[in-house]
Ligand binder design. Structure first.
Ligand code: NOJ
Length: 536
């Protein structure tokens, strides 16, 4: 089987508004990212995934694109983008762009034309109906918005400023592929594909994800754009099962490199409930069962996993399942070791490598995220109390991941010299910041650095099988086995001591957040112990 660079890569996700502000306007930008490439090189990552930096009215922070071939003013301009690409290349870092083609902004030229001129070809680039049906928007309310002049409704699965594109139109599809080729010609390393499983929707049949022509479109996209290049492509697919993930990522199918599946993230809320009905207590047995299924089903050659705890839509993993108190550092390392030694391509979300946490939001005024604000409005109208809503937002709201990156102990954590940043800086920045992490050889940063280096150099991380071990409930242990070697990974996902008996005779430590001897001698794991050993 042909191996690609991304099999041995670790990807770092940047949320551009929050990474580094170079011009003092309180918002991160491209020059800010370029100024931090040396830091990212030190971490060792192979590629950056940039959340959208395109021209946009920022109704959904750039996931509403007005021009795919221009950069938003707040981030800089195309020369800044070219500079970032060139500087990244010098450091062997690829740039993976966010591809948002399920919808555009209502300020995109296509939609403006479609609205103003119902006879234009662009009208059919979007989805218009005379009457709405019961489809609802992921950002609350109906998924249909009335357009008074034409007397029709258009579909928007996200905000009403994000009209859905009509993938049944071949001209539209060709325009998307041309745009992708524009970016490929610039030398990017790939695409992260926003809600790609929604492009095959059939609104009249209430089909949103996994529509019947979805895989035809992706195959066509592959042929017409990235298929001729060695690029990383990762689809965001909330509705993927292992079967579906294999359809996308089996190399024989010529679709994508991998997808983001979210089954483990589903444990963060009550079963069959919206995300706001959150569940903080980690069901470790369920987590083990889910990872075991994905790890064993997506065998090398049959498919490929992506591995992540965090992204810009999710709460910080430490606040959700780790420990933000005395075991902050240890639990962060434990979660990292558990995830990064599985089979798949790991993703690190900005700030994860220094153990950043959720923000203590107290009022709606401190928020920016349209999803949280729409939810709060709707829930208040239905009679929910503001205390309950704020608690939900503090636990699972998207702004938790989006507060500025914490670089040092200076004003605004060194993120910006402005008096006001677009989202507040977490008050814990004096303790949690890059500068302190780099100065401490025992910090979370260096565990991530080592994991990234292992990923690049250890073939077994790509090739070895995965076998879950039966253990005490709160212990997650697995063996990665190749023909000539075996590696044990064992993690205590709790603050309580746990039994773990194993014959560690002649075991060699690969990476750990603890010492091997006490575990081997006593058959016990202490709070958040995590260790990987090569076993004979
Ligand atoms: C998924 C993105 O990750 C999220 O941030 C965005 O709001 C929606 N797709 C709509 O583009």
């Amino acid at each position: 089987m042909q191996k690609h660079w991304w099999h041995k890569a670790t990807i770092y996700q940047i949320y551009p508004k929050s990474f580094m502000d170079s011009n003092g306007d309180g918002i991160g930008d491209l020059k800010g990212i370029t100024s931090k490439l040396d830091y990212l090189q030190k971490l060792g990552i192979t590629a950056l995934w940039l959340s959208p930096v395109y021209d946009s009215p920022m109704d959904d922070n750039g996931y509403d694109i007005a021009n795919y071939e221009a950069i938003a003013d707040i981030f800089g301009d195309m020369s800044d983008m070219d500079e970032l690409l060139a500087e990244a290349k010098k450091r062997d870092i690829q740039i993976v762009m966010d591809l948002v083609v399920n919808h555009t902004s209502d300020e995109h030229a296509w939609f403006i034309e479609a609205r103003e001129n119902p006879e234009s070809p662009e009208r059919d680039f979007y989805i218009w109906r005379d009457k709405p049906n019961e489809l609802v928007s992921i950002f609350s309310g109906s998924a249909w918005e009335y357009d008074e002049p034409s007397g029709q409704y258009y579909l928007h699965f996200f905000s009403k400023k994000q009209p859905d594109l009509n993938w049944e139109n071949p001209q539209l599809r060709q325009k998307v592929y041309d745009m992708m080729n524009f970016w490929i010609d610039k030398g990017i390393g790939g695409f992260r594909m926003d809600v790609i499983d929604m492009i095959g929707k059939i609104p009249d049949q209430l089909i949103d994800t996994n529509g019947p022509r979805l895989h035809d479109y992706i195959k066509e996209m592959n042929q017409a754009s990235f298929g001729k290049h060695d690029l990383l492509t990762v689809g965001e697919t909330w509705g993927a099962t292992p079967e579906i993930a294999k359809q996308y990522s089996n190399p024989d199918n010529q679709e994508l490199s991998m997808v983001f599946q979210f089954e483990h993230i589903g444990l963060q809320h009550k079963p069959d409930s919206p995300k706001w009905e959150y569940e903080k207590e980690l069901d470790v047995s369920a987590l083990k069962a889910i990872f075991n299924k994905w790890q064993t089903e997506l065998e090398l050659g049959q498919g490929w996993n992506s591995l992540f705890w965090n992204n810009h839509d999710l709460p910080r993993i430490l606040s959700m399942w780790g420990d933000t108190g005395v075991y902050r550092e240890k639990s962060a390392k434990a979660l990292a070791i558990l995830l990064h030694l599985m089979r798949g391509t790991p993703y690190i979300y900005q700030g994860e490598e220094i153990g950043m946490t959720n923000y203590p939001f107290r009022t709606l005024e401190e928020l920016n995220d349209i999803e949280s604000l729409n939810y709060a409005k709707e829930a208040l109208e239905k009679g929910a109390s503001i205390e309950v809503i704020m608690d939900q937002i503090r636990q699972v709201g998207r702004d938790n991941a989006r507060t500025p990156m914490q670089w040092d102990t200076s004003k605004n954590a060194g993120f910006s010299i402005s008096d006001k940043t677009w989202l507040p800086v977490n008050p814990n920045y004096k303790d949690i910041n890059v500068e302190s992490a780099l100065a401490n050889p025992e910090s979370i940063f260096y565990t991530y650095q080592k994991l990234v280096a292992l990923r690049k150099t250890q073939d077994w991380l790509v090739d070895a099988d995965f076998e879950l071990l039966e253990t005490a409930e709160k212990v997650f242990a697995y063996i990665r086995k190749t023909e000539d070697s075996s590696y044990l990974v064992v993690v205590n996902l709790s603050a309580q001591e746990q039994d773990f008996c194993y014959d560690f005779d002649r075991a060699e430590v690969v990476i750990a957040n603890t010492e091997l001897e006490p575990i081997a001698d006593q058959g016990k794991l202490q709070a958040w112990d995590a260790i990987c050993v090569k076993v004979k």
